[in-house]
Design a protein around this ligand. Structure first.
Ligand SMILES: [Zn+2]
Ligand SMILES: [Zn+2]
Length: 395
């Protein structure tokens, strides 16, 4: 079974699906319409819905005519709280909300998988599960809940796969990398509490602005002096607020930081050192340092064996061997697909969606993001092909 031709035949339908989602974007945890459209689509095509009760996420199950394993694929369905500046017929109709991360394309491609697999299910050995996942963009995310509510059970999922569109990769290409593929992303809120007073009499105060300067510098030494140089880690203080006027020493300073790593041991080290520096700062400067930690998504770890054995050979049947790129190092972005890969073997690949000739090169999370819709049928075909080949190989 080769899904290239069948996918090309539904190319226009997938563009329609994507444009409908694109013009009706909904932010994380608010995907009411999107969820309803997916449900109706599955029902109209006679595809079973597994009611897991995980918010606006929708799980479809296609059971094959012959027994076998179960292969799951995931599309995230949420959009971002930002305005769209593209002048296109399918421009966002929801003010201040935009599909700027391409999840509309993921959803359309997975609907394509549903159509492709449903057509040949009688000959299929085993089952396919379609995870339309809400709320990827906002912690705690929708993936964790899907896992907790049993979306990977009944039938038991044996392997899982997903794609993210990437404009840095030309349309027609797909990319995979073994090992870490996205970073653990945690957030700190720090509050340095000193003692305010007159700017002319600093000796009578505990100046949280000066302490913040030392504190930030100390934090920066964690990545440079504590983390092994070949490991990836990021400590970024993205926000700092304190004080009102040049001659008033503030009572406190607040900071927000994102902490990223590609290894769970490094992650633990970062937190240990950060919290030690909080304590040390108190001792050194006589202030109080409060911190709140929000743990984000874990490190996403791709299964190299799965990539070599299944993803690459199957996707090569669709895009050609010379259009498969090996990713050698991970970025520091976060992705809650990590939760699925903590549970089951599989991979999260990049689906080329860029096209310099058409001017489609903007990165995600920007108001001018758009993608080459020729990635839709390719994404659907690559997923369907990998699912099919996996089930054939393991029947
Ligand atoms: Zn995003
Ligand atoms: Zn995304």
């Amino acid at each position: 079974m080769i899904f290239k031709e069948p996918a090309l035949n539904i190319k226009d339908k997938l563009v329609e699906f994507r444009r409908d989602f694109h013009s009706h974007p909904e932010p994380s945890f608010c995907e009411e319409r999107t969820s309803a459209v997916i449900r109706k689509f599955l029902e109209d095509n006679g595809i079973e819905i597994q009611e897991v009760g995980a918010g606006y996420s929708v799980v479809g199950v296609i059971r094959g005519g012959k027994p076998g394993k179960t292969f799951a694929m995931r599309a995230d369905i949420d959009a971002l709280p930002m305005p769209e500046l593209n002048d296109v017929p399918y421009k966002s109709q929801n003010e201040g909300v935009m599909h700027a991360c391409g999840h509309d394309a993921h959803t359309a491609a997975l609907m394509g998988v549903a159509l492709l697999i449903n057509e040949v299910k009688d000959q299929m050995s085993g089952n396919v599960k379609l995870l339309f996942q809400a709320a990827e963009e906002k912690i705690p995310g929708g993936a964790k809940e899907l896992v907790e509510k049993g979306a990977l059970e009944n039938p038991y999922v044996d392997a899982v796969m997903g794609f993210h569109v990437a404009n840095a990769l030309p349309v027609g290409y797909v990319a995979f990398g073994a090992g870490p593929g996205a970073a653990a992303c945690d957030t700190y809120k720090f509050r340095i509490i000193g003692k305010g007073g007159h700017g002319a009499y600093p000796h009578a105060t505990i100046d949280p602005v000066v302490i913040s300067a030392y504190f930030i510098t100390a934090l920066q030494s964690i990545v440079s002096r504590n983390v092994e140089p070949v490991q990836g880690a990021v400590i970024t203080i993205g926000s700092i607020h304190g004080g009102t006027k040049e001659n008033i020493i503030a009572d406190d300073v607040e900071m927000l930081a994102t902490i990223r790593s590609l290894d769970e041991d490094v992650r633990a080290l970062l937190h240990k050192r950060i919290q030690e520096i909080c304590k040390g700062t108190e001792a050194m400067y006589g202030c109080k340092v409060e911190w709140e930690l929000e743990m984000g998504y874990p490190v996403l770890v791709n299964d190299g064996d799965f990539i070599n054995k299944y993803a690459v050979p199957s996707c090569a049947k669709i895009v050609g061997e010379d259009h498969i790129v090996e990713v050698k190092k991970s970025g520091m972005g976060g992705e809650d697909f990590a939760y699925f890969l903590q549970q089951r073997p599989g991979c999260f690949g990049s689906l080329g969606s860029g096209n310099a000739e058409k001017g489609l090169v903007q990165g995600g999370h920007t108001s001018l993001f758009d993608l080459d819709e020729d990635c839709l049928w390719r994404g659907a075909a690559c997923l369907a092909q990998t699912a099919w080949d996996y089930l054939e190989e393991n029947k």
